[in-house]
Design a protein around this ligand. Structure first.
Ligand SMILES: Nc1ncnc2c1ncn2[C@@H]1O[C@H](COP(=O)(O)OP(=O)(O)O)[C@@H](O)[C@H]1O
Ligand SMILES: [Mg+2]
Length: 470
């Protein structure tokens, strides 16, 4: 019997058990299963009386296409049609278990603990039915803890956003706030090289999130507002995202410059809305990037509207809490010197993101080259000659090396490629700094010449793509 059959039978059993056992909720279904049955709100056919709410309604109907979407098995019915205990209603396309007991015994013989650990519904079922005795060493609680919560699913997030942002004006707001499901974040904490200080803070906040009930109980509320401080490209955004992924929390990102510049008069309202989105999606991480933007606008008193926005922002920060609202607030800034006390005071932890030192650069190089083949790779030597470069810069160096090698149809790099790429990067950096000499055309021309003279003419080609999220 193939795994396909086992997958489909698991799905059929799950839908059947879930339909019968009313104590189970959506967090008892594996994400790939519940996504099939999740109905966003406002879809019309919700029951009368009760307000349209998104959710999963019983009984779960296991049609062939639902089974396909949930299990990834191309022809679900074909995979199980030979089994004695399966049945298909030709009319509705529903696949059912004619003999659930037989299906259970069949399943018990083939499934292992690992499979059951990913399925709280079945974990509970087999744990509670004595006839299966010690078939599995998994209990309900354990499987539930391990299962990704519904709040982390894209379907759930979309459902909520739809429910909440119905008119056009609101939709414009959604262009300014970016919401990502943890499943859509592709960076993990393992991909990041952190300082000991950063690691300690991340640990601390992870624990606090885990135990927020306890913290509420003892009345400890001043926690859950972090400010990430450091130059561009040092991993602030990545760390916040990785934290969202590791903690299974939706990631709500907003750049202050965006909500301020686009709709000047509406800025205060946008700020309000941003925090409302976060509260609606809670538990979640609200990441406010370019936090220094506040400071700048606070000082220039040209716009009353902006001042109002800043006050709204500060008030909103005061009114949101990890303990009461389940929102972890992370601010990030490249310019801590521009933040005034009013903003600074609102964060209970400041986390420093320095440029990486030699050891960190070595580690970052190891991490970002994990999937690459490099002959005579000596990350320490590269680390030595890249003083002052950030993690983001190092990524660019590697990208450059990879692309250069590809021009020679090579997918294996050499240490030499990396050395060249570092040199290239430094030349580009010089050019970039030249550009910043305002209005000095001679300098620009000379810079161009300098680039040409030193690298045989292709120094300038790369000047367009230094847009690494500043
Ligand atoms: N310490 C680090 N370890 C691993 N990768 C890093 C590190 N710092 C930066 N990077 C990489 O550089 C890129 C830019 O980082 P980002 O998080 O956007 O920086 P910031 O938000 O501080 O400007 C990302 O791809 C990230 O993975
Ligand atoms: Mg960033």
């Amino acid at each position: 019997m193939s795994d396909a059959a086992l997958d489909v039978v698991e799905f059929l059993l799950t839908t059947s058990v879930y339909s019968d056992d009313r104590t189970l909720d959506e967090n008892d279904l594996p994400p790939s299963f519940r996504q099939v049955f999740w109905t966003a709100s406002g879809d019309g056919d919700g029951g009368q009386g009760a307000p349209d709410r998104s959710g999963i309604s019983r009984p779960l109907s296991a049609t062939n296409s639902a089974a396909r979407a949930a299990t990834g098995v191309d022809q679900p019915w074909d995979a199980v049609s030979e089994l004695m205990f399966t049945e298909r209603d030709e009319f509705s396309g529903t696949v059912t278990l004619a003999e659930q007991g037989m299906a259970e015994r069949w399943f018990v013989e083939r499934a292992d603990d690992e499979r059951l650990r990913e399925n709280p519904t079945l974990a509970k079922h087999f744990d509670e039915h004595d006839e299966y005795g010690s078939a599995f060493d998994v209990d309900h609680e354990e499987a539930r803890d391990r299962n990704r919560p519904i709040q982390a699913d894209r379907v759930w997030i979309d459902g909520l956003l739809e429910e909440y942002f119905d008119d056009e004006e609101d939709e414009e707001m959604l262009d300014l706030v970016e919401v990502r499901a943890p499943e859509e974040v592709d960076i993990t904490l393992d991909d990041l090289v952190l300082t000991d200080g950063q690691e300690a803070e991340i640990d601390k906040i992870s624990k606090a999130i885990e135990h927020r009930d306890y913290l509420a109980q003892i009345g400890l509320r001043e926690i859950g507002k972090l400010l990430f401080v450091g130059p561009p490209g040092t991993g602030k955004t990545s760390t916040a995202q990785a934290l969202a992924r590791d903690m299974d929390l939706p990631f709500v990102e907003v750049k202050l410059s965006m909500i301020t510049s686009q709709y000047l008069g509406e800025t205060a309202k946008n700020v309000d809305k941003t925090f409302e989105v976060a509260k609606r999606l809670s538990p979640c991480i609200l990441f406010i990037d370019e936090f220094d933007f506040v400071a700048k606008t606070r000082r220039s008193d040209e716009h009353a509207a902006l001042k109002r926005a800043v006050n709204t922002l500060l008030k909103s920060i005061d009114n949101i809490s990890l303990i009461e609202d389940d929102v972890l607030l992370i601010g990030a800034t490249n310019h801590p010197d521009q933040l005034d006390d009013a903003a600074w005071r609102r964060f209970d932890e400041i986390i420093n993101f320095p440029k990486p030192d030699y050891d960190m650069r070595t580690d970052i190089l190891r991490v970002i080259t994990r999937q690459m083949r490099i002959e005579e790779f000596d990350p320490q030597l590269i680390a030595e000659i890249t003083e002052g470069l950030t993690g983001s810069d190092l990524r660019m160096v590697l990208r450059e090396a990879v692309l250069e090698a590809l021009t020679e149809d090579r997918t294996t790099l050499t240490q030499e490629d990396l050395l060249n790429a570092v040199e290239e990067f430094e030349e580009r950096d010089t050019l970039k700094n030249m550009d910043m000499i305002e209005g000095d055309h001679d300098a620009l021309v000379a810079g161009g010449d300098l680039g040409k003279a030193s690298d045989g003419g292709h120094g300038h080609d790369h000047d367009h793509d230094h847009d690494h999220d500043h």
